[in-house]
Design a protein around this ligand. Structure first.
Ligand code: ACM
Length: 377
């Protein structure tokens, strides 16, 4: 869809779709915060080519069907072309056909499972090769070889675990169990699965559980008296936001692989954290999803300044190959619309943050179709 031509004084309008209620709202609210902070900063500095950027914010309530309905409204009724949003890969995949049909552009700030590429997407979250390879090598060396996989039942966990199994099989690891639960499963549903993991004897529980289920998993783990210093839960999506929901003590000593942690010691991050907390309050801590939502708005604004157009075909060429200084470090967008990012590994501490166990000295390019090796047996 061609965007309407605007007068020199009309604001640029963008769509924003992050859930503020239900299953995945804990982290999506922080993605909305990251988006709003970046917009405030850009608009306070004069906007883009003298025009303010105004968000049209809808609330999808953690429902893929609502994402589809609201994305359609944004494109067809609000005349928006760029949409910033989506947390689950289920919601991203649900709106993709509509984006492709009407030539909209989704800016997607969430770690995901790879195996997708579209001219209507900019993927600013990590692909598996940017998080899992480093994580697996660290876990195999630190804790041992026996992995139990537990995930929410949808595309991100199932596809990510295929990657995990390939990697473990070609690096001396072993999968001793693999279980999936409905994304809305109650806390009680986690008990038999963790009991089975305990009985079979594991070194690592690799979790691709998302949303409210994250608290259920970690709390049930604590109830069973498992020891996270010997058998941690490792995740790509348990951020400071999920830890805030479950409590610091429940999370302590568990492992997360991500490209950003609030505790990163660089100056740009200290300034970002301070502005974030000033804007949203001390109780709201930035995390990898919020930081990604923040820097992708700057990448968008840079491209918009060059294109001077919201039309996807005019804007996207200025996005590909662009870069910016993000709180995590320098990030850039490849020709496939994925981000080069700086992977780290954090261990949750008793204060609700992460101690950085493995830091990054250079960006890693996303390789969304990366395959570690054949899975046999
Ligand atoms: C996810 O569904 N990409 C977390």
């Amino acid at each position: 869809m061609k965007s309407r031509r605007h007068s020199r004084h009309e604001p640029w309008r963008i769509g924003v779709l992050f859930s503020q209620t239900n299953t995945t709202s804990e982290v999506e609210r922080t993605q909305l915060c990251g988006t709003l902070l970046a917009l405030d900063e850009i608009n306070a500095a004069g906007g883009v080519n003298g025009r303010e950027i105004v968000p049209v914010i809808y609330e999808p309530g953690s429902s893929s069907a609502s994402y589809v309905y609201l994305a359609k409204r944004l494109i067809l009724e609000e005349g928006v072309t760029s949409i910033f949003g989506c947390y689950t890969s289920a919601s991203r995949k649900a709106i993709l056909p509509m984006l492709e049909r009407f030539n909209g552009l989704l800016w997607y700030p969430t770690p995901y499972e790879g195996f997708e590429e579209s001219p209507n997407m900019i993927y600013t979250g990590a692909a598996p090769n940017q998080t899992i390879t480093q994580l697996c090598s660290y876990l195999l060396h630190t804790y041992g070889t026996r992995f139990f996989l537990i995930g929410s039942d949808y595309v991100y966990p199932r596809r990510t675990n295929l990657f995990m199994k390939e990697y473990l099989q070609s690096h001396g690891g072993e999968v001793v169990g693999e279980r999936y639960l409905d994304i809305q499963a109650p806390r009680l549903a986690y008990l038999p699965i963790l009991r089975a993991a305990k009985e079979v004897g594991v070194d690592v529980i690799f979790s691709t559980v998302v949303g409210d289920g994250t608290s259920h998993l970690y709390q049930t783990y604590a109830d069973l008296g498992l020891d996270p210093t010997r058998t941690p839960i490792a995740s790509l999506t348990t951020t400071e936001a999920e830890i805030h929901a479950m409590g610091c003590e429940v999370a302590a000593a568990h492992i997360t692989s991500a490209c950003y942690f609030e505790s990163l010691g660089n100056e740009a991050n200290a300034a970002f954290v301070s502005r974030f907390k000033k804007r949203f309050g001390d109780h709201v801590t930035p995390n990898v999803c919020a930081e990604t939502a923040y820097f992708q708005i700057f990448l968008f604004a840079q491209a918009l300044a060059q294109a001077d157009s919201m039309d996807t075909d005019e804007l996207r060429p200025h996005v590909l190959g662009s870069c910016c200084e993000a709180p995590q470090g320098r990030v850039s967008i490849s020709a496939s619309g994925h981000a080069d990012l700086l992977p780290r590994i954090g261990r949750a501490n008793h204060a609700g943050g992460f101690d950085i166990m493995v830091d990054s000295d250079a960006p890693v390019a996303a390789d969304p179709f990366f395959i570690c090796g054949p899975v046999t047996g």
